[in-house]
Design a protein around this ligand. Structure first.
Ligand code: GDP
Length: 444
């Protein structure tokens, strides 16, 4: 599905990654090409625009890593932006509700709704060991109910018996009832489709929704229809409310635009991909794997990730050296606080540090949460460079200024300065004793 896009992007990146330095013009040029490639892959215009802006902002504010080229870093930034656009976390079908859990399948005729219903039923039976019942509510398309029944028979999935002439809402009621009585975990409702979104369809599906209270409402959308699939999704989302999308025919030569636009436009995750006509041709939608497939630059991405880790380690070492010499200033404390935030808040980190019990008591357990960490970071960032290097210059009027600037109070600043002094003293002592460094202990 993503071949064309991948070809185009790898052309862009081949030009970038070999270079030693990138000018703003290089980046602009590359981003223009990325945008063009996205649009050609049928990505919705606002999505392409937002994507390029995201990459630009991140590239500008980015720390330059020594061991990789700037171009390689851009690849990683594009990769991360792709993952974000696709949905960041893989989202699974949720069955977290009292049984029988209703899953309503919606979508246009021919999108692959009935096939996907059977695929999902089979998967829930096999993988999740759930007892599943399928019911077709499609009274419009001739033989639609029959089609689901046949799929059920072929794959040993129970289907609700067909009652001629029954209306969709009545079938849904009967399905939920059969689900309860039969001890089913999940009832899959295959709603009717139409060639286009129309009022009658929306009204019918709304009625079914209000009766069955589906825990999941999954839109089945044909990836080959690109931008149209996205428009349909938008309409279903605003009229019915969706919890996820199943993108079908991703085995075809669609241009991938639907996959990239869906999340951004609807705010709803793609949960599954249909990858063929057969019952087991269904895949979890994993944003990281898809981003990897689109970029085809997995090596570069992991290289940059490693380099970023190394930078963190180098910083820690530099800090340890400074501490040993007793040069622990407020800039270092700010960096330390940031590090602590990454490591699960101050309480956890302080607990790990030797000799911190006293400080912990002074601060009070109640205050050891992330809000105090944020306030302290704000205090430090309201200081001048000189004040951060040499906190002794902070007299009463300077403290007042910093308090106003950071939205805190002078007593808070005093507490922070006291903490800093105690930490610096403690570190000096530990440095003298020749401890191998605080961070060796913390990391392990
Ligand atoms: P419905 O009208 O939405 O219920 O669509 P169907 O489930 O009847 O599917 C229409 C056609 O698309 C059938 O021939 C399916 O076999 C085919 N189909 C469904 N999903 C996929 C898919 O992921 N890949 C491919 N290649 N074909 C699919």
């Amino acid at each position: 599905m993503f071949e064309n896009l991948q070809d185009r992007l790898s052309g862009v990146f081949d030009k970038l990654t070999g270079r030693g330095a990138l000018s703003e013009k290089d980046v602009d040029e590359a981003l223009r090409e990325v945008r063009r490639a996205l649009l050609e892959a049928d990505v919705a215009l606002p999505v392409a625009r937002a994507f390029v802006e995201k990459v630009r902002t991140r590239a500008v504010g980015h720390e330059v890593l020594k061991s990789v080229t700037p171009g390689q870093q851009v690849v990683k930034i594009v990769h991360d932006a792709l993952v974000d656009t696709l949905g960041a976390e893989a989202a699974e079908i949720s069955l977290n509700a009292p049984a029988p859990v209703a899953i309503m399948m919606v979508g246009l005729q021919g999108s692959g709704k009935t096939t996907s219903t059977a695929k999902i039923a089979k998967r829930l039976m096999k993988r999740e060991k759930r007892k599943v019942l399928m019911a077709s509510l499609d009274t419009r398309r001739p033989a639609a109910q029959e089609q689901l029944k046949v799929l059920g028979e072929q794959n040993d999935i129970p289907t609700l018996a067909i009652v001629e002439g029954q209306e969709p809402v009545a079938i849904a009621r009967r399905a939920m009832e059969a689900g309860r009585l039969g001890g089913y975990d999940v009832v899959l409702l295959d709603s009717a489709g139409r060639l286009h979104v129309d009022e009658a369809l929306m009204a019918e599906i709304t009625q079914v929704r209000d009766l069955a209270h589906p825990h999941e409402t999954l839109l089945v959308a044909d990836s080959l229809t690109g931008q149209d699939a996205v428009n349909v999704a938008e309409q279903f989302q605003s009229r019915i409310g969706l919890t996820g999308i199943v993108l079908t025919r991703t085995d075809g030569d669609g241009r991938g635009g639907a996959a990239l636009s869906m999340r951004h436009v609807t705010g709803v995750p793609i949960k599954l991909l249909g990858t063929g006509e057969k019952i087991d041709e269904l895949e979890d939608f994993d944003p990281r794997r898809i981003a990897g497939r689109i970029l085809g630059q997995g090596d570069v991405v992991s290289l940059v990730e490693k380099a970023a880790e190394t930078i963190d380690a180098e910083k820690a070492e530099r800090m340890a050296r400074k501490m040993k010499k007793g040069q622990f200033d407020l800039d270092d404390l700010a960096e330390q606080l940031q590090q602590m935030g990454k490591m699960g808040g101050m309480a956890g980190v302080l607990g790990m540090l030797p000799g911190m019990g006293k400080i912990k008591k002074q601060l009070g357990q109640a205050q050891l949460d992330d809000s105090i960490f944020k306030r302290q970071a704000a205090i430090i960032s309201s200081m001048t460079k000189q004040e951060r290097r040499n906190p002794k210059v902070l007299n009463a009027s300077r403290k007042k200024r910093v308090a106003a600037g950071s939205g805190t109070s002078v007593p808070e600043i005093n507490r922070l300065l006291k903490m800093h002094r105690q930490m610096a003293d403690m570190m000096k002592q530990m440095g003298k004793k020749g401890m191998k460094g605080l961070f060796g202990g913390m990391g392990g």
